[in-house]
Design a protein around this ligand. Sequence first.
Ligand code: SF4
Length: 489
Amino acid sequence: MLSCIHQGPRLAARSVGGRKALGGAHFLARRLSTHDARYAPTSETVAEPSAPSFAWSPPPLTQAEDEFWRAIPLWSEVSSADFLSWRWSIGNVVETKRRLLNFLEAVVPAEVPRDNAFGGIQSRDEFMADVCRGIDKSAMSVRMMPYVLSRINWQDPANDPIFRQFLMLESVMIDDHPKLRLDPLDEQKDEPVPNLVHRYPDKALFLATSVCPTNCVFCTRSYGVGASTQLVTKKSFTLSRAKMEAVFKYIESQEGLHDIVVSGGDSYYLSPNILEWIGDRLIGMKNIERFRIASKGLAIAPSRFLDKADPWTDALVRVAEKARRAGKHMALHTHFNHPNEISWITERASLRLQQSGVMVRNQTVLLRGVNDNVDTMLSLIRKLAKMAIHPYYVYQCDMVPAVEHLRTPLQTILDIEAQLQGEIAGFDIPKFVVDLPGGGGKRPAYLHESYDRETGVSTFTQPALKGRSKEGRTYRYYDPVKPRQDSAV
Ligand code: SF4
């Protein structure tokens, strides 16, 4: 990307200037006019005999709902109607070298602080070159939705908890742990048919697409998600309907399978008709009792849930309702990592889902310099709970390529879990888990069999997994190698 130089071998694989203060009667009147047209209850939102019976009605707007994206100089004239539309968002995704360079040129000030771990400042040119080198060393290609870009503090990007999830500075990276593998959870070894990971007795993971609206640098599935990079040639998950039928045939053949996760990639990139078709097929299977649609969309492009011109949310709501009528259960599983990801748009989108009867659960990844402290995690959990999003899991970061600087020792997750108990109702305390390297599945972090804090090696067993050489097996998680101590270049 950019003018970066290839830095390593490929792994084989299958106001800121002029933020507008938009309070006041004039602004509110203008906002009400745009929002009235988009969100006021109309005959479209009233139940029809053949349509789902969700009747979504927004609360009154407040002056706190500012047009924060106008702080980005390139978007200073972008209206609410445009910013909230999925079509505009897709048209302004940053995923090419030229677009990222143009964006950084416009948004990064002449000097920015370095990562707090090193101190000092960088010029804009040094910062952009650092980003370029980071991209060349990443397993994930760059892809960022405008909403995500608008939530970053560009005055101090190196220390911003959102920036750190989606772009990397080469100067803060450290060498990968020697035990690291491209497919750290051995998902491909647990595929009875292509694109279906069947590891646990009663549930399976259906990888229906390779595309995500925004690519996380720490993605567990970096062997297949996103475009190929200089480091990794990707295996695509994208399927034809015929291949999906092979997946469904397998699911139907397994009496013990009751629960399916539809993921990838991100279900936001399943077209609405395919999403509904998948939902219909799963609902129609006698053995399937519940399923989840996995999408980070609510965290990185929430306005889509408010866009009446886009049919994806209606398809999701219809599937949820059809599942309920069939006595089954569908939930949306999403992925927030930091409270800064949440805005009034997220709150409105969550409200729509809640009022439409769609249960939402959240899965968080524990990341150094992003959310690895009690205050941040508690703030995130409280905000999620307020939006009726169930904080389901906090994951220890998997041992994936090129993100050693983002991993935390096991001790961090143990400490955070211990300190959160009692801070909020028990049903809103997530499970703190390690997805065991080598295909052992999720295991609560506190259930480690041993943990040598000197060597950083923890061991786990997974009694629920039988056969395939998993019975009685010991799985090891390795703390990250020590962060680099030299000053950033
Ligand atoms: S949203 Fe999930 S699947 Fe997509 S890049 Fe991020 S971690 Fe990977």
